[in-house]
Design a protein around this ligand. Structure first.
Ligand code: RAT
Ligand code: ZN
Length: 419
């Protein structure tokens, strides 16, 4: 049987590689900020080294106490991590290799293992040119921030206002509101909302007013929360009540999705701080109940446990108000990206957003997208070849259309559609 490799029509592999490498994407979940946020915009070699994914790996080798590490200035922490993960051992974990890729794609000679030279190079960059270059190299047209009114460093920037770079879009993150109501109602009260401990109708009204104000202030494109494995819905506790009475009506009124990231065990080891969270298997009944009881609400969902991915795809086959996205955090490793991407494409075709970066340091965009694009391309090539064997040869334009869907088109359609 003839394949495109031998038929001379066009080279299927090259067409897929080209489409995947060249298509500009949305990055629908990051922890990056518009540069107008000043210090919250993280970039450069030291920030890359103290990324919490690397902190937890370095502590497996360190013989120092957690406290003595946290007491050090950032450059010393970065130096220790460099020494442990890049000099004393080869940097072959995904997060370590990622740092190397990020430097390499920007043209740095990583092989020299010269930390002072790397620092010098970053110090000489013009930030605004650098941002353009990173977005160009990573082919990112829009990235979504994670914006929390509960973050004391971030809130004042929104309140004061700034000149917005439209490549950075906002997503309203509300974890403390849903997961720590006893503290959240007090904060809302301090900010002028008439809240109290009981979720009475007037208090719910005030929570809705808070969501309205922040949605408008930051021009939020969706609401978002990360949830523990044991999240239940329906439920009488505040998280369930707030989702039902405040979040979902708000999202419906604004035609905004509610993004749920399921399966995180917060601070399993608090000594590791941001690096201390872990993963748990989600009982998806809460998600089934939400999807079934709110067919006109849109849900963006990703799950942290590898073991939840199959179930999540099956749920997406049942509920068109669910858009599955990303290989999140501990699943953002080649083994899982390949498996999960194949699983999704086989079960739900192209109606998915296979990846987001979750980047916290701007330079990470290059590696996260470079690594994922290669894997997505590999899976797609296999699928188009299987089709070809069955007599259906994808045209280059069809491949480009499909890839554009995976890299933001399907997401845009989901966002814009009414259910
Ligand atoms: O991937 C991460 O950086 C995690 O620390 C989390 O922030 C996670 O992505 C989240 O959004 O909760
Ligand atoms: Zn995240």
């Amino acid at each position: 049987m003839k394949t495109s490799k031998t038929s001379g029509r066009f080279n299927l592999d090259a067409a897929v590689d080209r489409a995947v490498a060249e298509t500009w994407t949305h990055d629908i979940h990051t922890h990056l900020y518009d540069p107008a946020f000043g210090k919250l915009f993280l970039w450069g070699i030291d920030e890359l080294l103290v990324y919490h994914y690397l902190v937890s790996e370095a502590f497996r080798y360190f013989d120092m106490s957690y406290d003595s590490f946290w007491k050090l200035p950032k450059s010393r922490q970065a130096g220790l991590i460099w020494d442990e993960l890049f000099i004393k051992h080869s940097p072959i974990s995904e997060a370590c290799r990622g740092l190397i890729t990020s430097l390499n794609v920007m043209g740095l000679d990583v092989g020299k293992r010269d930390l002072p030279a790397l620092r010098k190079w970053f110090a000489a960059q013009d930030l605004h040119d650098y941002i353009d270059r990173v977005l160009e190299v990573s082919r990112i047209k829009t990235l979504y921030m994670t914006n929390s009114p509960f973050d004391d460093a971030e809130r004042p920037v929104w309140e004061k206002g700034f000149k917005w770079d439209s490549r950075f879009q906002a997503a309203l993150r509300i974890d403390p509101l849903l997961l720590d109501w006893p503290s959240a109602w007090k904060k809302l009260k301090d900010w002028g909302y008439k809240t109290g401990p009981d979720l009475t109708a007037p208090v719910i009204g005030e929570v809705r007013r808070f969501l309205d104000d922040w949605t408008d202030r930051i021009n939020a494109r969706y609401l978002m929360v990360s949830l523990p494995p044991d999240f239940e819905y329906p439920s009488k506790i505040p998280s369930g009540q707030l989702v039902e009475k405040a979040v979902l009506p708000h999202c419906l009124e604004r035609n905004m999705p509610f993004a749920m990231m399921g399966g995180v065990k917060k601070l399993l080891n608090p000594q590791l701080r941001l690096a201390g969270d872990a993963v748990g298997f989600v009982d998806t009944r809460a998600y089934e109940n939400l999807l079934a009881s709110h067919p006109r609400n849109k849900f963006l969902v990703t799950m942290l446990a590898r073991e939840n991915q199959h179930e999540l795809c099956v749920l997406a086959r049942k509920f068109r108000n669910l858009h599955v996205f990303g290989c999140w955090w501990f699943t953002n490793i080649p083994l899982c990206i390949e498996e999960i991407t194949r699983l999704r494409i086989e079960l739900i075709g192209l109606s998915v957003t296979p990846q987001h970066s979750d980047a916290r340091v701007f330079d990470q965009l290059t590696y996260k997208w470079n690594h994922s694009r290669r894997i997505i391309s590999k899976v797609l090539k296999e699928k188009y070849h299987d089709l070809e064997k069955a007599g259906w040869v994808a045209a280059e334009k069809e491949i480009q259309r499909d890839v554009a869907g995976l890299f933001g088109g399907a997401f845009d359609a989901f966002m814009a559609g009414k259910l």
